[in-house]
Design a protein around this ligand. Structure first.
Ligand code: OGA
Ligand code: NI
Length: 309
């Protein structure tokens, strides 16, 4: 599958090149709801260090992990959470993965909740989340420009927004286990997700033919996915991408998914600039909190679809 490879470094050039990249982003968001980014400003060393501390975290004895993170809380908005997550979508298997979910913006509000073991966890994940947030802000500006909304549209609101990072670990099940490992089909709730994969495994639904296509992770690249809130903000011009992940190797697969959002309770509406008499508002507004709550609510279908007018 030939997703566009967006060279982020060209966005800081005030030239033709920038507009070519914006056009590339526009096409990718319309056609696929996803694209690759390279020269994205998150260095290989920072990436490797973040992967390593998460791998080491998951390798800790179960008891120790539970002590490190407060497990008891079932609050979906607790600042940090460790869980084995099982989920199925209609017509698909129950799939399981282990995950640590961290909040990462404003950084100072949340760092004290992060794991203290491995000892370098906070430092190395801190660097990664800060760099990937910077990338998220750059991409947000470019995406707003690609919608002809201007590069500073809602920028201040987005800068203050919620950044949630999930470290996923997909470990091969024991031969006698009937558990299947992976993530069931879903779309992400936020504006964009920036995904780092240790090995391939992600598949996206091709909107053109309704088939699942493997989305590779070329060396040095990160994958960007359009989320539900961007679909809503763009009044449906961009569509959030359905994706799933499976484990096809006998070694553990890891991924770091960075979800970039507005503040939890900010109600996002379709941009008025993208509505007109012949193109009315297509969605009711909703907040990030509404979208996240819905994931855990047991409701059939996605909130974004129920908000359609
Ligand atoms: C997610 C997700 C895919 C992957 O965490 O929302 O879709 O490859 N992860 O881990
Ligand atoms: Ni996802």
């Amino acid at each position: 599958m030939e997703l566009p490879m967006v060279d982020v470094s060209l966005l800081s050039q005030d030239s033709n090149e920038k507009s070519i990249v914006i056009k590339q982003i526009q096409e990718a968001c319309q056609t696929w709801g996803a694209f690759h980014v390279i020269n994205h400003g998150v260095s290989e060393a920072v990436i490797q260090a973040a992967m390593e501390v998460n791998r080491n975290f998951f390798d800790l004895p179960e008891m120790m992990k539970k002590e490190i993170l407060e497990l008891g809380s079932r609050d979906m908005f607790s600042p940090v959470k460790l869980l084995t997550f099982q989920r199925s979508a209609r017509g698909s298997d129950l799939l399981q993965r282990d995950l640590v979910r961290l909040y990462a913006n404003p950084f100072e509000d949340f760092i004290d909740f992060w794991p203290t073991e491995p000892a370098d966890y906070r430092e190395k994940m801190g660097r990664y989340t800060k760099d990937v947030r910077k990338l998220g802000i750059t991409l947000f500006g470019a995406i707003m420009e690609s919608l002809n909304l201007g590069p500073t549209h809602l920028q201040e609101n987005f800068d203050k927004g919620m950044h949630m990072v999930i470290a996923n670990s997909y470990s091969p099940p024991t031969p006698e286990s009937s558990i299947k490992i992976g993530v069931a089909p879903h779309s992400d709730h936020g504006i964009i997700t920036i995904l780092l994969q240790s090995s391939p495994g992600l598949e996206v639904l091709d909107m053109a033919d309704g088939k699942w296509k493997a989305l590779p992770c070329p060396e040095g690249s990160l994958q960007v996915l359009v989320g539900d809130h961007l679909e809503l903000l763009s009044n449906g011009i961009y569509k959030s991408v359905f994706h799933r992940a499976t484990l096809s190797t006998r070694t553990t697969r890891m991924s770091l998914a960075s979800f970039h959002n507005f503040e939890l309770d900010e109600v996002v509406e379709p941009a008025t600039e993208l509505t007109a008499e012949d193109c009315p508002k297509r969605y009711e507004g909703c907040s990030t909190r509404d979208l996240i709550k819905d994931i855990y609510s047991g409701e059939v279908g996605r909130l974004i679809d129920r908000l359609k007018i």
